[in-house]
Design a binder for this molecule. Structure first.
Ligand code: 4AD
Length: 466
């Protein structure tokens, strides 16, 4: 029943009080034979604990025990808080703890594959140290991901996953306030929902089966069952056989599907309100997290408008052509032209967040509704942050015969999705929705360079462990 104090709350108000703290041994520095400094860390807070050999304070034996501690071991410290006259360098807390008792709760191995202080350094810090003649260790991405449990202990990495959690919170709260209901869709499916190439196949009790590439078919079937507005938060799987900075084989999909009364712009309105709310919240309420990320991975705040910019695909093509980019007006945009368009949009409209809509029908999935006025185009859209796609969405075909014809034309094995197609034979409201890649949102909002940084234990073509 002793009272524990968190390292982050150690301050001058606790001066002269005896506290009990738990944390990791970050560094141990012996000064002569009578004094040692032990920096104890919990998350991003650090405090200097001082051991002084003296009658009534610390025994010589305890000092030896302290000096033999390994980095990252979990320790409990009982000590008295003091306030030194000089500012303390290298710790977040500006008080010291004069140690009375020290326990090692769990010992780390002596040779860690990653030193947390090295892993937490910014590129700028490393360069500065190198200029000054020090050689600092640069921890490369593979070493980080191979030893992710250690890598995740850095302040920036902690912040990334707290921020990711906040995005989910706001996504959920915002949609709940707009009368959406959260549903859960199966991840074990009989057929592919987004085309055959990027699907993981497996044996399901003797039947061929797939891992869900998205909740697409079942979120639409929920609309057929009169759940007027739904959303899904969950893992989705893509057998992406190329290693890029923005593709994972498993990611979190934030999916939305809703009835449409008159126009698919109703869906775009939700995208606008949802994301402006998310960005505003992150900027206003998550400053500490953003600062922690910025410290290691510096980035400029996202530029976005309070009413999201809406451009047609044709307008986008024209902007690219005017800038001298050769482009097929009915083809899809490749990564490079998406980036270029992002730069052009930023120059012209001063935003790094925008919606591009009315894509050519041929570059969209079979379930996409063609435009009523010109079926060469479709009621579909992509959404971009800093020139990279984070969302794709559309109004859906809710007419079963047209849906079958479109599926066949796109080479989809209709027999594997007959239950889906039949769902539209019992009367269905017009509807539409979209799918968001959560890891991409976090990566691009924070200007990070690799999507693996925003997945706790990322899965890519080369990586199935840890
Ligand atoms: O563009 P996608 O494939 O669209 C769908 O899944 C549709 N069912 C959505 C809809 O409702 N019409 O995927 C949606 C989003 C992409 O915009 C992207 O942000 C993300 O999911 N995404 C990936 N993220 C990480 N790794 C991958 N391999 C991804 N593939 C797509």
């Amino acid at each position: 029943g002793r009272k524990w104090t968190k390292i982050c709350s150690l301050d001058a108000e606790l001066a002269n009080r005896t506290v009990l703290i738990r944390g990791r041994a970050q560094t141990i520095r012996a000064v002569g034979k009578k004094i040692s400094f032990l920096v104890v860390r919990r998350l991003s807070a650090t405090v200097q604990c001082v051991l002084t050999v003296k009658e009534g304070l610390v025994s010589a034996q305890m000092l030896r025990f302290c000096n033999s501690l390994t980095r990252e071991s979990i320790v409990d410290v009982v000590g008295v808080v003091t306030t030194p006259t000089e500012p303390i360098k290298g710790t977040t807390q500006q008080v010291e703890v004069q140690v009375r008792k020290l326990y090692c709760i769990s010992r780390a191995v002596p040779n860690l594959p990653i030193n947390i202080e090295d892993a937490a350094r910014s590129e700028e810090d490393i360069k500065e140290a190198e200029m000054a003649g020090d050689k600092l260790v640069r921890v490369n991405q593979d070493t980080r991901l191979n030893n992710r449990v250690l890598d995740l202990r850095t302040p920036a990495n902690q912040a990334i996953f707290h921020l990711k959690c906040s995005v989910i919170d706001i996504f959920r709260n915002c949609l709940r306030s707009e009368d959406f209901v959260e549903i859960h869709t199966p991840k074990l499916l009989a057929g592919a929902s987004e085309g055959g190439a990027s699907v993981f196949k497996f044996d399901y009790m003797g039947q061929p089966a797939c891992l869900a590439q998205s909740p697409q078919l079942h979120k639409q079937m929920a609309i057929c069952s009169d759940f007027e507005r739904v959303f899904v938060i969950g893992e989705v799987f893509r057998a992406e056989n190329s290693s890029t900075h923005r593709h994972l084989c498993e990611f979190i999909g934030l999916d939305v599907e809703m009835e449409i009364n008159e126009h698919y712009f109703e869906v775009l309105d939700i995208v606008d309100r949802l994301f402006v709310t998310i960005f505003d919240y992150l900027n206003e309420k998550c400053k500490k997290l953003l600062d922690a990320i910025n410290k290691q991975f510096p980035f400029k705040p996202l530029k976005y408008l309070q009413k999201t910019l809406l451009l047609t695909f044709e307008e986008g093509i024209k902007m690219l052509k005017d800038a001298g980019v050769e482009i097929d007006p009915f083809g899809d945009l490749n990564t490079e032209s998406e980036r270029t368009l992002g730069r052009l949009v930023l120059e012209k409209y001063e935003t790094e967040f925008y919606i591009l809509h009315r894509y050519p029908s041929t570059v969209r999935p079979f379930y996409t509704m063609p435009c009523y006025d010109n079926p060469l185009y479709s009621n579909s859209f992509d959404v971009f942050i800093r020139g990279e796609e984070i969302i794709s969405g559309a109004q859906r075909v809710h007419e079963p015969d047209l849906l079958t014809a479109r599926a066949e034309a796109c080479g989809v094995d209709v027999s594997t999705i007959s239950a889906y197609i039949n769902s539209f034979r019992y009367g269905t409201c017009p509807h539409g929705g979209f799918g968001v890649g959560l890891e991409r949102v976090v990566m691009l909002f924070c200007g990070l360079s690799n999507i693996r940084q925003t997945s706790l234990f990322p899965r890519d073509p080369q990586r199935l462990v840890p």
